[in-house]
Design a protein around this ligand. Structure first.
Ligand code: HEC
Length: 129
């Protein structure tokens, strides 16, 4: 079987490529995922969802943020700046969020698949009962 002799080196190389960078990637991936999850909770609990809608789908008060990761204008640095200093109609959050929390929200907004926050607190816009 001549073809198996041909395939073997490729299979071996593929196997090595698969196992070699895995540990570093897995670690990076889970850290990133943790930040995105934390950001999802902050987005819901710090008032972002009040204007930008649940999961940032947008509302009459503020634009949707769902596709912001594809928007070249909104770099992570610009997003952080908007969150810290506010905008025309958006309040600044520099006093209520730490740098780490802002980074987590940016990670959440830039996530390809936005994680849903775990059930917990009601959004701030909900009437207290
Ligand atoms: C009082 C309503 C309000 C709240 C609360 C609010 N925003 Fe905004 N946000 C806006 C409005 C309105 C804009 C549009 C630009 C402007 O007026 O500054 C905006 C713009 C943005 C943008 C830029 C996107 C764009 O297309 O303009 C980002 C990113 C953003 N908000 C993130 C957040 C995050 C994260 C939070 C929570 C920490 C938050 N916002 C809380 C009203 C709000």
């Amino acid at each position: 079987m001549p073809s198996s002799r041909l395939i073997f080196p490729f299979a071996a190389a593929f196997f090595l490529v698969c196992i070699a960078p895995q540990p570093a990637h897995a670690l990076f991936g889970s850290k990133k995922k943790a930040a995105e999850k934390a950001g999802a909770i902050l987005f819901r609990d710090k008032g972002c969802a009040h204007c930008h809608g649940v999961a940032g789908v947008g509302s009459k008060k503020a634009p949707a943020l769902t596709d912001i990761r594809k928007n070249k204008v909104w770099t992570p640095a610009k997003m952080s700046d908007q969150i810290l200093n506010g905008g025309k109609k958006m309040p600044p959050f520099a006093d209520s969020l730490t740098d780490e929390e802002v980074a987590q929200i940016v990670a959440y907004l830039r996530a390809k698949h936005k994680p849903a926050p775990p059930p917990g607190q009601e959004p701030p816009s909900a009437p207290a009962q």
